[in-house]
Design a protein around this ligand. Structure first.
Ligand code: CMP
Length: 139
């Protein structure tokens, strides 16, 4: 089915001018960018977005990193977009990511791993709503 998923191009990637290279991989995989904005999160905003990880030992480091430079927040649309985006991203830890994936090519570590993507339909809907209004989604 036609699906939408939420994506972030993270600070390590925006700082290295990789926005276009990453978007090229999404588009080549058939994912349409139906919303996109570059924003610089505060640490509190990053913390609210990643609230599900609040008890993890890396939470503070994760929030600092996500507020360290601009991100690009996006909505990607396509057939099976959630799974397809996860395929294109590759494994969370770049050391485990398949060749040709975004994380294999661009990520620097498990924390500075260039992209985030929703893991399920419910989280995709929540994450899209955190960053975008319905009027900003242009299919
Ligand atoms: P993401 O998909 O954005 O969701 C949570 C993030 O936490 C994850 O990608 C990783 O970038 C980050 N993360 C996971 N494990 C670690 C870790 N051990 N140290 C730092 N960050 C981590």
């Amino acid at each position: 089915a036609l699906e939408r998923t939420f994506s972030i191009i993270k600070p390590d990637a925006t700082k290295r001018n990789l926005t276009g290279a990453i978007n090229a991989k999404f588009e080549a995989a058939g994912l349409r960018i139906v919303a996109q904005k570059r924003i610089h999160l505060t640490k509190a905003q990053a913390g609210a977005f990643y609230a599900v990880h609040a008890e993890r030992p890396f939470y503070d480091e994760l929030c600092e990193f996500m507020a360290s430079a601009p991100i690009v927040a996006q909505v990607l649309e396509g057939e099976g977009a959630i799974a397809k985006n996860r395929e294109v991203m590759g494994a969370t830890n770049p050391a485990d990511a398949d060749a040709g994936t975004i994380r294999a090519e661009f990520a620097q570590s498990v924390g500075e791993n260039s992209v985030h993507g929703s893991d399920a339909p419910e989280t995709a809907a929540e994450e899209i709503a955190y960053f975008f209004s319905g009027l900003e989604l242009v299919g």
